[in-house]
Design a binder for this molecule. Structure first.
Ligand code: UDP
Length: 248
């Protein structure tokens, strides 16, 4: 079994791994017992978890927790336990799809606006022909629809469930239904279906490599600015937390 060292970021234990290590762990979880969960926190999610005990507990219970945002990597450096690299949720999803295609695995896409998961599935079948998408369900549903959704997922025979409901909705949904699901892995992937469907674009490689995807998003989607206030708040909290830990 791969035992990963954890780096504590404001109480959230993030696995000290790069993309290759994360994929090796996913590979292992595919053959493991029960339902494994994969979460990809960024700084906004960590700040939310610090205020929401239920969400914090869920992130702590993840079988693989990777640093989606550059803020998390920066924080790990501030703490003096540097994480090797950012493992963006979208990149992890596409690398997983590549691996799952080679193994002829079955997946289910749950989330996004009506029609989005269908478009994503069409593109996935073109790019990763070995994959079998066993089911699709949009992410706009009522409480009374949930048992039917769980049944749809279970009867599809999917091994990997990608959940794109945004955070923390997707992590809470996965954790609340973990016991009833019969997939091997459930992973929260945020807006990834929108990108795979061709409805949203990622920041150009230059911005991603420079750790400036957040800046690109700020300029192209200024309405996200409110959410991005979380980044400086996060850095200040980390600096304070480091100071406090230093005194312990
Ligand atoms: N979404 C959904 N159901 C909801 C709310 C959101 O399926 O009730 C989807 C939405 O269509 C989008 C994704 O969740 O595809 C959230 O995308 P965003 O980029 O905001 O994700 P985050 O940054 O929160 O991870």
């Amino acid at each position: 079994m791969i035992i990963m060292e954890k780096v504590d970021i404001l109480g959230v234990p993030v696995d000290n791994t790069d993309m290759e290590g994360a994929l090796a762990r996913v590979r292992e979880l595919l053959d493991g017992e029960g339902v494994s969960t994969v979460y990809t926190p960024n700084s906004e999610m960590v700040v939310n978890a610090a205020k929401d005990g239920e969400f914090m507990g869920i992130l702590k219970s993840g079988d693989l927790v990777v640093p989606d945002g550059i803020g998390i990597v920066l924080a790990s450096r501030i703490y003096g336990h540097p994480l090797p690299e950012r493992v963006a949720g979208f990149d992890l999803m596409t690398r997983m799809l590549d691996m799952l295609a080679r193994e002829g695995r079955r997946i289910f896409l749950f989330g996004g606006k009506p029609g989005i998961a269908e478009k994503a599935a069409v593109n996935i079948s073109k790019i990763y022909p070995g994959i079998s998408t066993k089911g699709i369900r949009d992410g706009y549903f009522k409480d009374e629809d949930v048992p039917g959704i769980v049944e749809q997922i279970n009867s599809s025979g999917a091994e990997v469930l990608f959940v794109a409901l945004g955070s923390p909705k997707q992590e809470k949904w996965i954790a609340n239904h973990r016991e009833r699901l019969r997939v091997k892995i459930a992973i929260g992937v945020g807006g990834s279906f929108d990108v795979l469907a061709g409805e949203a674009v990622r920041a150009p490689a230059f911005f991603r490599k420079a750790g400036l995807e957040w800046f690109y998003r700020l300029v192209t989607q200024p309405w996200r600015a409110v959410r991005m206030v979380a980044l400086p708040v996060f850095v200040l909290k980390v600096l304070k937390d480091r100071g406090r830990r230093g005194k312990d």
